[in-house]
Design a protein around this ligand. Sequence first.
Ligand SMILES: Cc1cc2nc3c(=O)[nH]c(=O)nc-3n(C[C@H](O)[C@H](O)[C@H](O)COP(=O)(O)OP(=O)(O)OC[C@H]3O[C@@H](n4cnc5c(N)ncnc54)[C@H](O)[C@@H]3O)c2cc1C
Ligand SMILES: *[C@@H]1O[C@H](CO)[C@@H](O)[C@H](O)[C@H]1NC(C)=O
Ligand SMILES: *[C@@H]1O[C@H](CO)[C@@H](O)[C@H](O)[C@H]1NC(C)=O
Ligand SMILES: *[C@@H]1O[C@H](CO)[C@@H](O)[C@H](O)[C@H]1NC(C)=O
Ligand SMILES: *[C@@H]1O[C@H](CO)[C@@H](O)[C@H](O)[C@H]1NC(C)=O
Ligand SMILES: *[C@@H]1O[C@H](CO)[C@@H](O)[C@H](O)[C@H]1NC(C)=O
Length: 672
Amino acid sequence: MFNSYLTCTKFRFFIWGFSSSTATVALTLVVFAVISGTTLANVISDASKLLIAANDTTAHASCATSSVGSAEALVSNLFAAINTAKCELTNASQWPADFADEALREGLEKYDFVIVGAGTAGSVVASRLTENPRIKVLLLEAGEDPPIESEIFTLSSTLHHSPYTWTDFGEPNPNCCQGMQQRRCYWPRGKMVGGSSSMSGSIFLLGNKEDFDRWRLLGCDKWSWEEMKFLYEKALKASQHEVVDKPVGTVVLNQFDHLEEHNELAQLMLNASSELGLRYISDLSDGTIVGYTDAIPANIEMGRRMSVAKTYLGQVSRTRPNLHVIKKAMVTKILFSSDNSRAVGVEFILRNRHRLKVATMSEVLLAAGAINSPKLLLQSGIGPSEHLKALRINQIADLPVGNNLHDHGMLPLILKFGREINLPSSMAEPQSVADYFLRQTGPLAASISIMGFINTNASSSSQYPDLHLVSHTIVPAGTADSFKFLQLRDEIVAGISRAADNKSLLQIYGSLLRPLSRGKVRLRSADPQAPPLIYNNYATESADQLTLLRYVRFVQRMCTTAAFRNYGLQLLHVPIEECDRLPYDSDDYWLCYIKYLYIGAWHPVGTCRMGAYTDSHAVVDQRLRVRGVNGLRVVDASIMPEITSGNTNGPTTLIAEKAAVMIEDDWKEELT
Ligand SMILES: Cc1cc2nc3c(=O)[nH]c(=O)nc-3n(C[C@H](O)[C@H](O)[C@H](O)COP(=O)(O)OP(=O)(O)OC[C@H]3O[C@@H](n4cnc5c(N)ncnc54)[C@H](O)[C@@H]3O)c2cc1C
Ligand SMILES: *[C@@H]1O[C@H](CO)[C@@H](O)[C@H](O)[C@H]1NC(C)=O
Ligand SMILES: *[C@@H]1O[C@H](CO)[C@@H](O)[C@H](O)[C@H]1NC(C)=O
Ligand SMILES: *[C@@H]1O[C@H](CO)[C@@H](O)[C@H](O)[C@H]1NC(C)=O
Ligand SMILES: *[C@@H]1O[C@H](CO)[C@@H](O)[C@H](O)[C@H]1NC(C)=O
Ligand SMILES: *[C@@H]1O[C@H](CO)[C@@H](O)[C@H](O)[C@H]1NC(C)=O
């Protein structure tokens, strides 16, 4: 889930508010490109070409005053400084070197471990395993290094639908995502070093203590909250510990930079929630309990993304000869021994051209994420036998691969302000751009982030929340078309704009912390290049619908607080033809609204479910070994038997930490 959805809104202001000097044209170009998703890097170079053009005689002639040169030099210095800062941001040496050319030239040797996917989990496992110089690891990543929009986390929403994203859609289902483009759910994941964590909101949460008690009840008794807390401490960078007497990792956690201008909204939300009896959560490392907070830990430092791919992998890879990374390497198949009992390597396509194979001595480790790890297992013959038979894929093991797909989902509610509130300043103003590049401050380096965790069950006093309120952001008057960002259908966005009546809006999204509905991942065809079939069943379980309904009623109660009334905040009635045939605000109305607007939160998990050895729903055992074959593990978000109560990147990082420990233990004798 992402917290700064409204990047685009802010940019629009900028375009309108400007005259047409050449420099402005250049910057406006940047803005248009950001909106349309082109990478800023390309556009900045277009912009500097324009700026150079501005120095020619025609451009000079259009300047009101002439110059003897010193003023020109100052301006040139400014651009040079910004350009240097930009180059530092895209510094390739913060990412692993690409071993591809050498592999093509010399061929590939045997590795102890081949890891598929350099996202969150793959980066951590590769880094931990290669701390031991005797362990040789090859890490294969389908994407390339992240572009500059990934670094500037406030711009990373522009990576959607770019070559840095796997852009997949759910199969049509009349019961969910009806308000989205093509009436289909949208499942983006990062396709670059860092994976989804290179385009995420960077929020780092652990989940709730009871999540892991539930895992235990499901047969995973080797996993517990205490274990997660221990791994969390281990994962933190030394400087983040009060006393350095523990083993350390490289996770960097900071709160987002808050600007003065964010305070009014933060105060408004905290006032309203406190009126409803919710306490302020000051430390989310104790788990996600009931309450509201604006103190959110994130993998961020001075406005720059600090994904685990950067801190675990990038910072060490160039000093470890036992770690090779190949980019633009799309793994298409796991290879097995002739008796099908053991994974012995993988086949991959390099740079869309070369078909290569690599052999492992110990294991193949899947870290391709909760959509692509099951997809790769299915392609390789591990999955439900009927499905494999139908596609004529030779079966290696009959396992429920791809089942149990779930995600927190999110239901946007839109509120209209009755009076004005302090608006966030534009990220695209030249001042904001200069602040970011020259001092790493200002709107491009900051984020308003406020979160609520509530228990919607009024008759329970449990501190185990069932609903997460996120994305409390303001949509300034006249910019409601920014809701297109959510991939909503044009007529829904147009309806919101009309209903907004040129007032500023507040958007709040509700996510189910423990959704019961389950979907699945299957293959469209045996061709590995074909996108997967994703069957969504968002909120098809009635218990999920009822929790969402209680969330709507909660936000309506917020509207009755003095804090909200003071701003005249009221729910906006989003025009939806089918739902508007029902009495507005009836339960049935909201159930219809859920069918249209309860959409993906980009937290897929569960598709290679972990469980006890005897559990017929499990794909991997508690040591993450794929059942029924040797030499193969899944180490990413897909192993979660049930999603955790909060964003999934933190738990995935810790799953990978634990996986690395278990792998080393299991191979101790062979590898020392
Ligand atoms: C837009 C967005 C915003 C998010 N915001 C947050 C947030 O704020 N906080 C949070 O906690 N979580 C967030 N998440 C979720 C979080 O990023 C994921 O839970 C986490 O990254 C999962 O890690 P993973 O290692 O399982 O998969 P990923 O990080 O997705 O990594 C999988 C990697 O495998 C590669 N790969 C896939 N298939 C192949 C193949 N066949 N061959 C080679 N390589 C392959 C991919 O390119 C990718 O690099 C967000 C996700 C998205 C998409
Ligand atoms: C602009 O033109 C002047 C005079 O021709 C030259 O000295 C200066 O380097 C130029 N600046 C840029 C940014 O090209
Ligand atoms: C890139 O980063 C490396 C190491 O972090 C540093 O030594 C080098 O000076 C940087 N280069 C640029 C152009 O910033
Ligand atoms: C929040 O409450 C405090 C204390 O009552 C009050 O001073 C402040 O104005 C309120 N702010 C908002 C934005 O509601
Ligand atoms: C709400 O909580 C009560 C008391 O714990 C419980 O009996 C009831 O089943 C819960 N309702 C739902 C919908 O979870
Ligand atoms: C919308 O409101 C803004 C200020 O709040 C105003 O400048 C603008 O003219 C209004 N537009 C319309 C179409 O009413």
